[in-house]
Design a protein. Sequence first.
Length: 242
Amino acid sequence: MVIDRERTILGQAVARSGLDFSAAAQGVLGMALKPAGIKMDQVASIFATGYGRANVESAAGIKTEIACHAKGCFHHFPEALTIIDIGGQDNKIIKLNDRGGRVSFKMNRKCAAGTGAFLEETAARLGLDLSAMNGMAEQAEEAVELGSYCTVFSATEILEKIRQGKPPAGIVKGIYISMARRVLEMDSLDNRVVLTGGVAAHNPIMADILGEIGGCRVSLAPSAQCTGALGAALFALEEFQG
């Protein structure tokens, strides 16, 4: 994510990290600079975040995902927030006060259930393109109930639902509901609720399902997949300005 002094977003990009985090970071930075019309020697400061943050050689500083998602969300919604970040490997619920200060933080147990990895696994089990699942769930007349939270047991249960002749769209919606329940067992939802992360960006139905089950309105963060990157850019700007 590339921003200017006024915090306006000038460019952003996403790429798979692969086996070389450092090369991926440099590549995606170049991709983000192109729409901004900026060359590398014009960049004032770079901060990195995420699992590979220590591998970004051009970074002047690093920040945790928690801090960056909080910073990025508060930039768009400057009020007391509950932030839900559904990532590829973990889920987080971050609560902020009306000044953007962190009040609490919860993270899921070391289990893939309810994460992007769970969604990828179930898509593979169903023989579906991951990008098609959100649309299928939106078209489902009703959801197929899934009782298991565990990724391994859920896969077995999904296969059993298929054998029973349950509609694929209903099974997919049931998968999203299962993910939402797993997230909501982590903590309560207070104040304004904002959903962020790659799963949210590609599966916006999660905001509707979380809101329905949680009994509240859930807003989708702008450029949800890059919210953490935005937070890192904002930290870099603050450091540069002193």
